[in-house]
Write a protein that binds this ligand. Sequence first.
Ligand code: ARG
Ligand code: ZN
Ligand code: CA
Length: 233
Amino acid sequence: TATVNLYWHVISQDTTLEGGNIPDSMIADQIAVLNQDYAPSGLQFVLKETIRTTNWYWFNEVGPNTDAQTQMKQQVCSCLVELEGGVADFNVYTVGFTDSEYIGLLGYSTFPADYAGNPMDDGSVILFSSLPGGSTANFNEGKTLTHEAGHWVGLYHTFQGGCTGVGDMVDDTPPEASPASGCPTGRDTCTSPGLDPINNYMDYSDDSCMTQFTPGQSARMADQLRTYRGIDI
Ligand code: ARG
Ligand code: ZN
Ligand code: CA
């Protein structure tokens, strides 16, 4: 097993809960979910530091590939890269994604192989109301961070590549034509053997539907973490 240090960046637009200023207890509950979900894979996360920043622009506008994102990560995270954080440390940013362009976005992440080219970009940006007890219906049991951390350890979506080709590069997740939503029974979008892996953390199902990583995914994350982050599970 291995332990990963977690740096939690609370980005809020003001000092209220609705404005993203989540209490420490919500962060603790989220980390408990994360650790429960990763325990079978031999990975544990330990909170090293919580950094709180009020910034209206970042909270609302920090979509993928935006100036807001580059600015936020450089300003909030440069200290970590230089002084304490690094390739083996997990940076999580909770934000609002309130701009109409980003409504419905739950989060996004970097992959282990991305670190070398852009160390400052490393980590996951997630919707603050997706934490356990948050206000986002069907997505408020903390599975968004489990999913985004899945990318951070090198996993692709179960529907990657559709029904053909190497898909998610994992053998024991049956291929899937498209993302699942809700929690469908008997979904089977590819002719190859196996029902769609709708209960997998790397699909798009509701939080209540997400219950597992497969042994193949655990093996891939161990390999990716060893190769790119120097972490030995
Ligand atoms: N759509 C997001 C992504 O591609 C996250 C999906 C999270 N799903 C959930 N049930 N919380 O990274
Ligand atoms: Zn994803
Ligand atoms: Ca697969």
